[in-house]
Write a protein that binds this ligand. Sequence first.
Ligand code: SF4
Length: 659
Amino acid sequence: MSLVALGKKRDAAVDFLPTSRREMDARGWDQLDILLVNGDAYVDHPAFGAALIGRFLEARGYRVGIVSQPRWDTTDDLTVMGQPRLFVGITAGNLDSMLNKLTAQKKVRSDDQYSPGGQTGKRPNRASVVYANLCRQAFKGVPIVLGGIEASLRRIAHYDYWSDSIRRSVLLDSKADLLIFGMGERPVWEVADRLAAGATLEDLRDIRGTGHVRRKGEWEHLEPSRFIRDGKPIHLPSYKVVKTDMAAFSQASGAFQKETNPGNGRPILQQHGHEAIYLNPPAEPLDTELMDELYDLPFQRAPHPSYRDPIPAFETVKHSIVTMRGCFGGCSFCSITEHEGRVIQSRSAESVLREVRQLRRMDDFRGVISDVGGPTANMYQMKCKSERIEKACRRLSCVHPGVCENLVTDHQPLVKLLRKVRGEKGVRKVFIASGVRYDLAERSPEFTKELAEHHTGGQLSVAPEHVDDDVLDKMKKPGAESYERFAEMFACASEEAGRDQHLVPYYISGHPGSTMDSMIQLARYLKKRGLRPRQVQDFIPTPMSMATSMYVTGLDPFTQEPVYTARSLREKRKQKALLQYWDPSQHDLAREALKEAGRYDLIGSGDKHLIPPARGKGSLSIHEKRRRTRSKQSRRGRTGRRGAGVPKSGGKPAGRKKR
Ligand code: SF4
């Protein structure tokens, strides 16, 4: 059990992974085995990737140190603990560095949730590439291994929204020796063990969940796969082709997605000039035993003591508990399935309860657990009815179109877990803040009842995202009627519990498939129900998602049918403004959108209208007309007194007299 759990003061020198030579000395270490370079602040908590991998490797006997947010104009910060014996592992942080920095409108964000005090500018753009180049200068001959979400989602040629270009695989730009994609525990463990046993880089080329570059002469002889289990790689269209041919880019995206099931995914090869990137099949998911072991590691559940300012992302999660990872939803705009995998990996109830007891002993814990969940609130312990079927399955989603008949949607394990967590001594309230998958929840009145009775703080966030069937189909989300059924169930359960609470729905504007007409349909739906969503996400094309492929190519990656997409920033803003029909600051844009769509019938001041008329001539209220007249008269009076070009006694202006 960690010292925090025992209520003792933390000592940076021994309780955290070392970040300095002094902390290494305190452990009696003369050299690190593995150095992790991290784009986020070092928070010793399982929600932070570098800490999770660092603790995991430490538990396997490796000496691991962390350098967080190093300066990138010098190698001095990287070398404070000397050269590592086995390898340097690099992560840009919990988010892609460009997504962390810029908004959907490509504006610089005002804060960075993963830096002390929310300060911006603590990591470079495309941090994986910059750190890898720095590490190569700093540690000659030491293998460089990329990991984390940025590397994972940029592992093949991909679209980069912020530069509006198709970029090469990050493996080539960074010149890293190896790339770990997906959740990294199994691959990084294998890499460490093989290197420790004296393996060369060539010997690491067959590890699942990793990719590498093949030089000229090393890949041309590889025959493309003809059937699923022939062990040969599928050949994606080359970088040169996908850079200019959008149909090829779209086909590459679809083909890539079909190889993401660890049960039957094939290796992937993509030529980049004279070289090619080679990706092995995805790593096997973690079993419950390994998940428990991971979350039982001695995390201090705190930022490293060297930080004076709080880390906002930690403040959000410090009293929350992750029960599972992975998602079988396969939503087009989301990368969780690509990164965490579609197979749900759950912790045991005992492991979760052990973490509750750790929380209970934190100084600032007042008995309120802010979230019990994961990528989705209600997929705990859900899986395909048969491992054999799951391993053979080529579907991208277990819930779209429609919930698969092979999916076991039993909510009992989750209901039992929640009851146990609530029953723990010192726990007053347990919230569910992770998104509830309502097409699953509507199948379990018992879970919905528990949710309404015990786990909602007056408002429950859900993400229907849209109401138009075509758009929902492109998103791979359930139809609006599923949301309506769940909303009804939740309302009844809340009433029965004697609680006045409601759903807070989230919507996305500007998603591929979303036209101005479909956004108007959504806006009218919201107005009719008196909904004023404060959470409207302007779609961001993040690397490698299905929706991003549609955004850049205008094609469905599986059918190759055309998909309408709002490409200009202004059109995206207009789509978003329609959903904020109630906000006066958005009215000009929303009105412009309605006029473009020929929907003048929705501009007006009545109930049937969406947006009030412009405040131009002929459309001003009587009060506004009076105010403007008064103001005009008063201005005339003032200018007359000052004599600015107007003679006091009337007649022609003085200046003209001279001429
Ligand atoms: S068969 Fe159905 S439940 Fe099983 S993995 Fe495939 S989609 Fe999911």
